[in-house]
Design a protein around this ligand. Structure first.
Ligand code: NAD
Length: 272
């Protein structure tokens, strides 16, 4: 019987692939037989993930790429195409928050520096749109492709302290729906665009908010999150893989324009 979730031999580009969540996605897809291009601003981090995939017998390359610089993305696309072939799937994973764009006792909303707000907005929104322009053009030429954006829980309900990050991920979700319609109406009915919205996963971009920097204990915010997550824990990178496999493969053949929460029920819980 055909495996609906098969991604073997697909050429998959993962931006931010040197990071915690997208590195785990790259490893999962590499192990599932995909030809995986791990793109990251941090080439050493991307290299580590690609080396791990190759050590397990998979096919992977690491490519330095700044998702905010179209020249850099275009150069990366040339390398991927030359080494792995035409791209089938794009995961727009690069993104994150920044301490300087986060309110705190030392930083009021009124004093948040516009450079920090712009940095976070650009990284998440433009950092999704620009790679889509470059890699998506290839999909339009072949008439087939899958794009998976990485939104966040805060796109559904803004979280306290992180105004720019919440707004930027809301823009990513909105763009996911917009693009899903645009490509079908103008280019091909066989190009799908979806997003996952991870809940709370303890990684480098949010560690300073969720755990105490000196003791490693949960902060009040970290505790509140757990209390508001019906499943009672932070997510683990592996918790994302089933949803990723579904959205990337033929199992989701008639699914486009959705943003799927993977959050242990956080989004469903009103707190009462
Ligand atoms: P991470 O910081 O571990 O990974 C992000 C990666 O992106 C890093 O390897 C970094 O080098 C890379 N990067 C940063 N700027 C870049 C640029 N300009 N060009 C190319 N690469 C760049 O973060 P993570 O927690 O694994 O997050 C991955 C994605 O998941 C992000 O989009 C994040 O916003 C999203 N997300 C995370 C959580 C969470 O709880 N950790 C929740 C919801 C959504």
């Amino acid at each position: 019987m055909k495996n609906l979730f098969d991604v073997s031999d697909k050429v998959i580009v993962v931006t931010g692939g040197g990071g915690v969540l997208c590195g785990a996605m790259a490893e999962y897809l590499g192990a599932a037989g995909a030809k995986t291009a791990v793109l990251d601003l941090n080439l050493a981090a991307a290299g580590k993930i690609a080396d791990g995939i190759k050590a397990g017998g998979g096919r992977a390359i690491a490519v330095e790429c700044n998702v905010l610089d179209k020249k850099s993305i275009t150069a990366a696309e040339k390398v991927v195409t030359a080494e792995l072939g035409d791209i089938d799937i794009l995961i727009n994973g690069a993104g994150g928050n920044k301490k300087e764009a986060t309110t705190s006792p030392d930083m009021s909303f009124f004093d948040l520096p516009s450079e920090a707000i712009r940095f976070v907005f650009d990284l998440n929104f433009l950092g999704t749109l620009l790679p889509t322009q470059v890699f998506g053009r290839r999909m339009v030429e072949s008439g087939e492709g899958v794009i998976l954006n990485v939104s966040s829980m805060n796109a559904f309900r803004p979280l306290t302290k992180i105004a720019a990050y919440s707004a930027a991920k809301a823009a990513v979700s909105n763009f996911t729906q917009w693009l899903a319609v645009h490509v079908c109406q103008n280019y091909s009915k066989d190009i799908r665009v979806n997003a996952i919205a991870p809940g709370f996963f303890l990684t480098e971009q949010n560690r300073f908010l969720l755990t105490d920097e000196t003791t490693g204990e949960l902060t009040n915010r970290g505790r509140t999150i757990i209390e508001h997550t019906p499943m009672g824990r932070f997510g683990k990178a592996e918790d994302l893989m089933g949803t990723v496999a579904w959205l990337l493969s033929d199992a989701a053949k008639f699914v486009t324009g959705v943003v799927v929460p993977v959050d242990g029920g956080f989004c469903a819980f009103s707190g009462v």
